[in-house]
Design a protein around this ligand. Structure first.
Ligand code: DOR
Ligand code: ZN
Length: 326
């Protein structure tokens, strides 16, 4: 048995409508709180929309659960950010067109500075989908110089490099003291070989794409030990019809398996005692959070991940896991 104190998922996509009602209980069952991404249609760009979305999440969650809300990055005035600040934990920046729901993202990084200055002054963290242009395997590396520049230009701004996938991204943490990173479950487990090295596996296709074995090794090391790396699943459900399609949507629905699969991995790495830090303590320190006190217990009990949850194929479908959320 393993008891986690206020486990947190610092990066989730909960969607809207029927999909929200289907997936939110899976996050709320395992996590005391989660950072909710704003890439809806239309994106979440104002305080009123944040409050409305938060209410819909609370109604869908079905467990005691705190949604930690975010705004979608655009050019904001100081007054707009001041109005939103009591209701959000950060602003999420998507480079335009890089992933699902990023069409309204930022096309020109040079235009970010005035808004970043307001965020620094108001102490609102910046969350980044860190991919630039170029060859798909190199997109994260291509964006790191922008992250490093913002980290220098805005030294008091806390910046979170979301779903880091590369050893270079982890290395950047050493050069930037105000930089943090979320690490997903799937990037700790798979490499690009698992996605396209044999038969193509649409349910493992996500952005940023999984990288090389040496990148995965760096992510594992950071998950075990780095004080500024913490868990964010990037659970991103899409209906099976959008995944098993000629143009497969990017995203892996990992919420139902997140804690059991993390426990299995940490156990395999001989580091079960470090899971609490990865799934809660380091995130609390980074975001200066006092999450709702909630204990979540994992038991050593075998179960088989369902092939479908409603319209969605979950990560690790059909596989047997040896840890179960009580
Ligand atoms: O794979 C992904 N899916 N990566 C993202 O950045 C967005 C997400 C989604 O919203 O489906
Ligand atoms: Zn995401």
């Amino acid at each position: 048995m393993l008891t986690l104190h206020s486990p947190l998922d610092m990066h989730v996509h909960l969607r809207q409508g029927d999909m929200l009602r289907l997936v939110a209980p899976h996050t709320a069952r395992s996590f005391a709180a989660a950072v909710v991404m704003p890439n809806l249609a239309p994106p979440v760009t104002g305080a009123a929309q944040v409050l409305e979305y938060r209410q819909a999440i609370l109604e869908a969650a079905g467990h005691p659960f705190e949604p930690l809300m975010t705004l979608f990055f655009r050019e904001y005035s100081r007054a707009e950010l001041e109005e939103a600040k009591p209701h959000i934990v950060g602003v999420k920046l998507y480079p335009a067109g890089m992933t699902t729901g990023s069409e309204a993202g930022l096309a020109d990084m040079e235009r970010a500075a005035p808004t970043l200055a307001h965020m620094e002054a108001l102490d609102i963290p910046l969350l980044i989908h860190g991919e630039g242009c170029g060859f798909v395997m190199d997109r994260e590396a291509a964006f790191l110089p922008v992250v490093e520049r913002w980290s220098r230009d805005f030294p008091k701004l806390r910046i979170v490099l979301e779903h880091v996938t590369t050893a270079a991204g982890i290395a950047l943490l050493e050069r930037c003291g105000n930089l943090f990173a979320t690490v997903t479950l799937h990037h700790l487990l798979i490499t690009l070989d698992d996605v396209i090295g044999g038969l193509m596996r649409p349910h493992l296709f996500c952005k940023p794409v999984a990288k090389r074995p040496e990148d995965r090794a760096a992510l594992r090391e950071a998950a075990l030990s780095h004080p500024r790396a913490f868990f964010g699943s990037d659970t991103a459900p899409h209906p099976v019809t959008a995944k098993e399609a000629p143009g497969c949507a990017a995203g892996i629905f990992s919420a139902p398996v997140a804690l059991p699969a993390l426990a299995a991995l940490f156990e395999e790495l001989g580091a079960l005692d470090r899971l609490q830090a990865f799934v809660s303590d380091r995130a609390c320190a980074a975001y200066r959070l006092a999450p709702p006190a909630r204990e979540v217990t994992l038991r050593r009990r075998a179960w088989t991940v369902p092939e479908r949850i409603g319209t969605v194929v979950p990560y690790l479908a059909g596989q047997t896991l040896n840890w179960m959320v009580d």
